[in-house]
Design a protein around this ligand. Structure first.
Ligand code: SF4
Length: 378
């Protein structure tokens, strides 16, 4: 409809620009490590003047190296990790009669909304941290140990489509796992200020071992993507059957504000809902509170369209969102690995460090808790 949908989901009227902090920490000699969210590769070139849906993954990696980052990693890796943890938590709740429907927890604006307007429903939220925070935790522990660094030697930065991620990384329970969050618009500004000829940059590769993500992780950037990624893994884990050509769950896709779908997984018909935009989230919270939502799993993303419509991107319209959507689904189709549990680096980190999903170590590093923020509205 051409309606402008740029939003600040946490309601912060002035969004702090953190680019100076990146330069300060680089000058202070910190080991600069950055992760890039799934939708950033879809949205960055547009913020620099190219047409919506222009994918520029390799150029962004190269630009970040030129800016001075020692390692450039892909948040797609930790999106895969999120699916392993959140998917296993979902199955545990199903098997053991835990609180259902389970809500996704990777959108910090939604988490804060739930803490403020639905504290009675907090047991429904998955305890899995967001991919940004899971990555931060792994960088300051596993990665630091491998590199022979102390956590305070590292400055962990993330480039996100999102202004709410700046709030999330400062939550006390997240420690200093992510030190600085910059948005797509801020990174575009850094690239321009540094005089980098972005359009003519050669592609560069992400660093290993956290530079590989699946197609399932890639679609985290769009409404319905987290649900689709989770279903790809949960289906195969429960049934032991490969999805093969039925990998794309088109029933959870689309821009309708509230969507629902059912999927036969073994003996169980799993009923899911997908919600984007906080006005729609409010409606679903009410349904759950009244016991009228017979879903098992609900994905909520605060921004219209999901992260491709996040407030840290260039201004958004529905037409631009459609171009970004097409690009993100194409990226999924282009990737050789399209299911989170098949990411070999995810398998490796469980083997070497975490043990298994929901292990004690995973709980310590990859899960969190929530608080009531009801006071904020008194
Ligand atoms: Fe941030 Fe994405 Fe949530 Fe928007 S939908 S607030 S961009 S995590």
């Amino acid at each position: 409809c051409g309606q402008c949908v740029q939003v600040c989901p946490v309601g912060a009227l002035s969004i702090r620009d953190n680019t100076d902090e990146v330069y300060r920490q680089t000058a202070a000699g910190k080991t600069m490590v950055i992760q890039m969210a799934p939708s950033v590769r879809i949205n960055l070139a547009e913020a620099l003047g190219q047409k919506p849906g222009t994918v520029s993954t390799g150029k962004i990696v190269h630009a970040l190296k030129k800016i001075g980052f020692y390692k450039v990693f892909d948040s797609d890796f930790s999106a895969d990790l999120t699916i392993m943890e959140e998917g296993t938590e979902f199955l545990k709740r199903l098997k053991e009669g835990g609180t259902l429907p389970m809500f996704t927890s990777c959108c910090p604006a939604w988490v804060k909304y739930c803490e403020t307007y639905g504290p009675d429903l907090l047991p429904h939220l998955s305890t899995a941290k967001s991919p940004q925070q899971m990555f931060g935790s792994i960088i300051k522990t596993y990665f630091a140990e491998k590199e022979g660094l102390k956590r305070e030697d590292i400055c962990s930065v993330s480039v996100m489509p999102c202004t709410a991620k700046k709030f999330e990384c400062k939550r006390p329970e997240m420690k200093d796992d992510v030190d600085i969050v910059i948005t797509v618009v801020e990174l575009a500004k850094m690239i321009r200020t540094a005089g980098i000829d972005f359009d003519n940059l050669e592609d560069a590769e992400f660093d290993v071992p956290f530079g590989l993500g699946s197609g399932a992780a890639q679609i985290f950037g769009i409404t319905g993507g987290v649900m689709e990624a989770a279903l790809r893994t949960v289906y195969e884990v429960v049934t032991g059957n490969s999805l093969e050509e039925r990998l794309e769950f088109t029933a959870v896709r689309g821009f309708e504000g509230i969507r629902e779908a059912s999927l036969q997984i073994g003996d169980l018909t799993v009923k899911v809902a997908i919600v984007h935009g906080l006005a729609n989230a409010k409606k679903v919270l009410e349904l759950v509170r009244e016991g009228k939502a017979d879903y098992h799993f609900i994905e909520v993303m605060s921004c219209p369209g999901g992260c491709i419509g996040g407030g840290g991107n260039a201004p958004t319209t529905w037409k631009k969102l459609a171009a970004r959507r097409d690009a993100i689904y194409q990226e999924d189709r282009n990737l050789p690995i399209r299911k989170s549990h098949e990411n070999p680096y995810v398998q490796q980190i469980y083997k070497e460090f975490l043990g298994e999903p929901l292990s004690e170590k995973s709980h310590e590093l990859l899960h969190t808790h929530y608080i009531s923020r009801r006071d904020l509205i008194r």
